[in-house]
Ligand binder design. Structure first.
Ligand SMILES: O=P(O)(O)OC[C@H]1O[C@H](O)[C@H](O)[C@@H](O)[C@@H]1O
Length: 290
């Protein structure tokens, strides 16, 4: 598909247009309240800009745009596994959705909301990486809020297991001063120390490498000096909180010093919230950002 054909088939005047973007194509969405940009490579939301605000999402100025590489920032779709593959570490980290080209399935627009649905279906290449027939879709709805819904449908004749994350990178003023609310009283697995923990403080602060999987389905609020960002979710029993900290970030060519301006708060299915999907059934993991 090229942008002209996509504009003909799915473009909506003044609301949705398709443009060439790096090695792929991006959809630009414009609602009454905000704009958003979505790359078809990875079904990757790259920006969410409410009127008169800065981008709510962070994309690294050092992000690398090429096939087989995930874009550093925005909302990578980690699927059908989160983190390293459970048994074969040679397979792509965080699955293959974020390094696959997705198709446009549908677009729609009303006075209040603009939406686009992207799809990824099993094929010879995905069967090599993950031997199941599936239909995945990512529905992106832009109104005052941004909602992203990842639906996995099992179109095979045997059950399969999925872990996943909507790995949202938020644009923040300074990792040393930002705080995160909503995790108090929640148990977590600390992936830096590999130890279990329990959050007692009302606000979580950073300033060092943080990589935790919190066992919660509740909402979180980022308190930044310039605004609050609310991260709601559904179909998710795990919230991943990640910032690599200075030392690790400096080893990441596509991030480096820009780690200071990002915080990941991710609606996820992982650990004992890994989802088993029976043939013909589906599961939806969703996040709403405002
Ligand atoms: O570098 P990536 O493959 O995009 O992964 C980035 C990060 O994703 C998640 O937040 C994990 O919890 C981290 O352990 C990981 O480092």
């Amino acid at each position: 598909m090229n942008p002209e054909l996509l504009n003909k088939q799915f473009g909506i005047a003044g609301k949705i247009t398709f443009q060439p973007f790096e090695h792929s194509i991006a959809a630009e969405l414009q609602s009454k309240f905000a704009t958003a940009k979505v790359s078809l490579y990875g079904a990757h939301v790259l920006s969410f800009i409410p009127k008169d605000q800065d981008d709510v999402l962070f994309v690294s100025p050092k992000a690398i745009y090429k096939d087989e590489k995930a874009i550093r920032g925005g909302i990578p779709v980690c699927w059908p596994w989160f983190g390293p593959h459970p048994v074969d570490s040679s397979l792509p980290s965080h699955g293959f959705a974020r390094i696959s080209n997705w198709a446009v399935i549908n677009t729609s627009a009303s006075d209040e909301e603009v939406s686009i649905e992207l799809g990824l279906t099993s094929n010879a290449e995905t069967m090599r990486l993950w031997p199941y027939q599936f239909e995945a879709s990512l529905l992106i709805k832009l109104s005052k809020e941004l909602t992203v819904e990842l639906t996995t449908r099992n179109s095979d004749n045997k059950p399969f297991e999925v872990s996943a994350a909507l790995h949202s990178y938020f644009n923040i003023s300074d990792i040393d001063t930002v705080t995160l609310e909503g995790l108090s009283g929640v148990n977590y697995l600390d992936d830096v120390t590999n130890a279990n923990g329990h959050q007692t403080a009302k606000l979580l602060s950073f300033g060092q490498r943080t990589d935790r999987r919190y066992r919660t389905s509740g909402k979180a609020i980022i308190h930044d000096s310039k605004r609050d960002i609310s991260v709601k979710k559904s179909g998710s029993g795990i919230t991943v909180v990640w910032n690599p900290g200075a030392e690790l970030a400096m080893q990441m060519g596509d991030l480096a010093e820009h780690y200071k301006n990002m915080l990941c708060v991710e609606a996820a299915n992982s650990l004992d919230d890994t989802i088993v999907i029976q043939p013909g059934m589906s599961h939806t993991l969703a996040t709403t950002i405002s």
